[in-house]
Design a protein around this ligand. Sequence first.
Ligand code: TXA
Ligand code: MG
Length: 352
Amino acid sequence: MTMGTRFFQWKNDAQKNDAISEAAQIIRAGGLVGIPTETVYGLGANGLNGEAVKHIFEAKGRPQDNPLILHIASVDWLERYCEDVPELAYLLAEKFWPGPLTMILRRKNIVPDVTTGGLNTVGIRFPDHSITLEIISKADVPIAAPSANTSGRPSCTTAADVLEDMNGKIEGIVDGGPCRVGVESTIIDLTVTPPRLLRPGGLPLESLQEICGDIEIDQAVTRQLKDGETAKAPGMKYRHYAPKAPVTVVTGDAQKAAAYIRAHLAPTGGVICFDEFVPMFEGHALESLGSAFDQAEQARRVFDALRFFDSTDVSEIWAQCPDSAGLGLAVANRLKKAAGFHVIDADEEERA
Ligand code: TXA
Ligand code: MG
C-alpha cells in the first residue's frame, strides 16, 4: 500500500509546535512517523498498539522475530513497562539518560508480543532529542522505533535518508536535523550477570564499565555467527548496513592499511578512508570518515559513507577501520557488518 508521506519542517516555534502535535496525533492514531534521535532516525509507532507495531515490520521489510526498542520520555516510565528493574538500571539511567544507551530488562505484559518479538524482555531507551521527547510526551505512549532504514540498508542519519527509504510507506517524517551521534545506541542486557554488551554504539563500552564493572561481550559483536549460533540481540545476526557492492575492511595501523588498499584496489573500486589518506586514492569514488583521530566524526559519517556508494557504480568498496577503543568499537562493528566480516589485518599481512 502506498500513501502520501507528510514531511514536517518548520521556520518558527509555532510551526514546530504544530509539527510536534501532528506527529504525536499520528502516533496516537496508530500511524507511523520517522522521528529524529541523537543516534539515528527511528521509525516510530505506539509501542503498546500491536497493530501499529506490525506496520513497522511491513514498512521496513523486517523479520518479525527482531524485537523493537521502546522509547520513553522519563525515567519513571521504566516501571510501567518493566518488571524487577535492578538498582544498576537506575544508576545507568541517572548517569547516561537521556542518551545513546538501551537497556534490556524484564518486560511487563502490557508490552505486546509483536513489540518484543515474543521475548520476555524489552529494550528501553530515553533518547536525547528534544523534538522526539516532546512527541513522546504529547502522545503519552512509549514509541517503539527501530532505525528508520529499509531492513538491510545503512541506518538513516538525516530526514532526507528516511524519505529515500520510506516515502509512500509511512504517514510522516519529522525533520529534526542531522543526527549528532550517528551510530545507534549501545545495548546492554541487564537481565544477566554480569551484564552483557549486545551491540556497541554511541555510548562507549568504557563508560559503561566504569559503572558496571565486568561486562561480557556478546560474540555477535566481534564476529560473524555460524549457522545455528544465536545472537542475544536477534538483529545482530542479520546481514546489515550493506551497500550493493561488496565491502572489504582493512584493520591495523592506518598507514599500512591505506597502503594495502592502494595496492589491491581495482580501477573501478571505491574507498572509505580517513582524511589523512584521501590523496592516495585520487580518481576513485571516495568517502572520508574524517580524521583518523576524531572518532566522534567517524561515527557521524560512517552510515552516510556506506549509503553514498549505492548512488555510484563501484565494483567493490575498501574501508579503513578505526581500532576498538571508545566509539571506534561501534564504528568498526558497523563497517565489519557491512563487509559481512570480510576483514583483512594490514599488520598481519605485512608480517606474512
Ligand atoms: O539508537 C538506536 O537504538 C535506534 C534509535 C532509533 O533509537 N534504534 C535502533 O533500533 O537501532 P533497531 O531496531 O534498528 O535495533 C535494535 C536492536 C536489534 O538488533 C534488536 O534485535 C535488539 O536491538 N533488541 C531489541 N529488543 C531486544 C531484546 N528484548 N532483547 C535483545 N535484543 C533486543
Ligand atoms: Mg537497525
